[in-house]
Design a protein. Structure first.
Lengths: 314, 236
């Protein structure tokens, strides 16, 4: 449905998008994940025909964004970053304006306007001016104007920035709901958001795609050294000594003394071997009481950090 | 109604949803009315010539004030991104905004018709010359506005847009006042480029195609440049 080939974009001399290619199939929800300034917004601005690529092609349903831009724009609903809106209009007029511009006639389709107001939960504020709306309602109005022509493709650039946790959940549920019938591109730097809503994740860093796959695929392909954390008591010193000889245990990362007799031991494990059974047997052999054992897998967050080298994440 | 008119209607309304329209109309009528009526009895002629010459001058300030927000505001607020990703051609956006601002100024000009009525009660103003004056003014407004919309597309700062528009309009306004300094051939060119020179012809009631071509090509040129500026974001 969306096909991007060798897309490159320079702003002056600075490179924003560096020769990326990908295809998005109809009906998928794709997350563009990356730190701020990675090139996510630039990429979607090119897909929505706001900017032109320096080189490379972007096609939406076989229509090129440069030569058949109007056709492409008809198919896409777009919520730009930080939801820019006309502050002097009220909510219902705003939706009607975008609808009229899209269909080129002032006779508005009131049925559809009412529908998007319901979908986006704007019912209580339809006569309010945009300037008076809270950030959450502005995002919803931004979404409503993107949805008003019932587009096949929905592109949302950081739709939950600045919202409180309840509003974030609402918007996410809405995206999941819409994702059942539409192709959606969701730009975000918030991992749980992408993990929760997207069937496919493209991790973008410094203008390049550094990973591509379902959240589960990414997790398994990047699964490196796992962790096993146990809490055990009695007879610990010999246990710790012997435990390092278990196949699959690389080393002890740290031991933490909880009470005199109770310790938490953090093992690093070798990829592909599950030593939990052996740990349990050793406990019995050694008459150590095992109180807790848990395995931690590499999270998407670890992968993201590994790939983008950025520490601060929400 | 097509996209141009939908946009024009929205822009026209937004002038009236904000203080802009009321401030412009009120101040314009006060200044023009005061300047005109204070000399009306001194001139002792029943015509609107004094009104037109003062109006041309006041519009020099008012039109950049009306046009400065048209694209600057959209750039600053980011709404340009919404507008330009709608399936609408760039020239239609420019036309829509141009027509909205034009309509606001024309409404203001129509309101000055009150002076025609008042002098009609005292004398016999020449209807043809008055109409010629208004037609000339409407054309001048078109040129001023196309310059204003052009400078508005260049910057996201409304003040900068205002000043640039004022300076460009002022240059075109002053050209024919400088011709006596110039050698003959240059004088002819400057005169032809001057907004006022063509206005003076039309306001005498003589509408020559040369004058019309001048106005329409000026308007077309600046609107065309505006479209080019908007499209420049798509240059590689």
């Amino acid at each position: 449905m969306i096909s991007v080939q060798n897309l490159t974009k320079y702003y002056g001399t600075s490179l924003a998008v560096d020769n990326i290619s990908f295809d998005i199939a109809k009906g998928t929800v794709v997350g563009f994940l990356g730190p701020n300034g990675a090139g996510k917004s630039t990429t979607v601005r090119i897909i929505t025909c706001y900017l032109a690529p320096t080189s490379g092609t972007v096609q939406v349903d076989d229509n090129d964004v440069m030569t058949e831009s109007l056709e492409v724009r008809k198919k896409i609903g777009y919520l730009p970053e930080s939801a820019p809106l006309y502050y002097d209009m009220n909510v219902v007029d705003h939706i009607k304006f975008v609808q009229s511009m899209r269909q080129g006639s002032a006779v508005s389709n009131g049925h559809r306007v009412k529908e998007v107001i319901d979908i986006c939960g704007l019912g209580g504020v339809i006569r309010k001016n945009v300037a008076e709306l809270s950030k959450g309602y502005r995002q919803r109005l931004g979404l409503a104007q993107a949805l008003v022509h019932d587009p096949e493709i929905l592109i949302l650039d950081e739709p939950t920035v600045g919202l409180d946790p309840n509003q974030i959940i609402e918007i996410r549920n809405l995206i999941t709901e819409l994702g059942k019938e539409k192709t959606i591109i969701l730009c975000s730097h918030i991992l749980p958001e992408v993990e929760a809503t997207c069937g496919r994740v493209l991790i973008i860093n410094e203008g390049k795609i550094v990973a591509d796959g379902t959240p589960a695929e990414l997790q398994s392909s990047f699964e490196g050294k796992g962790r096993i954390i146990i809490q055990a008591k009695n007879n610990l010193d010999p246990f710790i000594e012997k435990s390092t000889q278990i196949a699959g245990i690389e080393r002890i990362v740290q031991t933490r003394t909880i009470t005199e007799n109770l310790k938490e031991i953090d093992f690093e494990t070798v990829k592909g071997i599950d030593p939990r059974e052996d740990i349990f047997r050793l406990c019995i052999e050694n008459q150590t009481v095992l109180l807790e054992m848990k395995r931690e897998e590499t999270s998407l967050e670890d992968i993201f950090r590994q790939l983008t080298g950025k520490e601060q994440l929400q | 109604m097509n996209q141009i008119l939908v946009l024009a209607k929205k822009e026209f309304r937004s002038y009236f949803d904000s203080p802009v329209a009321y401030v412009v109309i009120t101040l314009f009528l006060i200044i023009a009315g005061w300047q005109f009526s204070s000399t009306m009895f001194l001139n002792n002629t029943a015509d609107l010539r004094a009104l037109f010459s003062i109006t041309k001058f006041i519009l020099l300030f008012f039109i950049p004030a009306v046009s400065m927000r048209l694209f600057s505001e959209e750039k600053r607020g980011g709404t340009l991104e919404i507008l330009m990703t709608l399936p609408v051609k760039d020239w239609k956006l420019v036309m829509g905004k141009f027509l909205a601002a034009y309509a606001l100024i024309l409404v203001t000009l129509v309101l000055t018709g009150i002076h025609y009525i008042s002098i009609s009660s005292m004398g016999n103003p020449d209807f043809g010359a008055s109409m010629g004056g208004y037609i000339g003014l409407a054309l001048v407004v078109g040129v001023y506005l196309s310059i204003g919309i052009f400078t508005s597309s260049l910057t996201e700062n409304q003040i900068v847009a205002f000043i640039m528009a004022f300076v460009i309009i002022f240059i075109f306004f002053m050209l024919d006042k400088l011709v006596f300094l110039m050698p003959g051939f240059l004088a002819n060119i400057l005169e032809f480029l001057s907004i006022d020179y063509h206005y003076n012809n039309i306001s005498r009631g003589v509408i020559d195609s040369r004058n019309l071509i001048y106005y329409f090509s000026m308007i077309f040129m600046f609107l065309f440049l505006t479209v080019q500026v908007l499209e420049s974001r798509k240059w590689k």
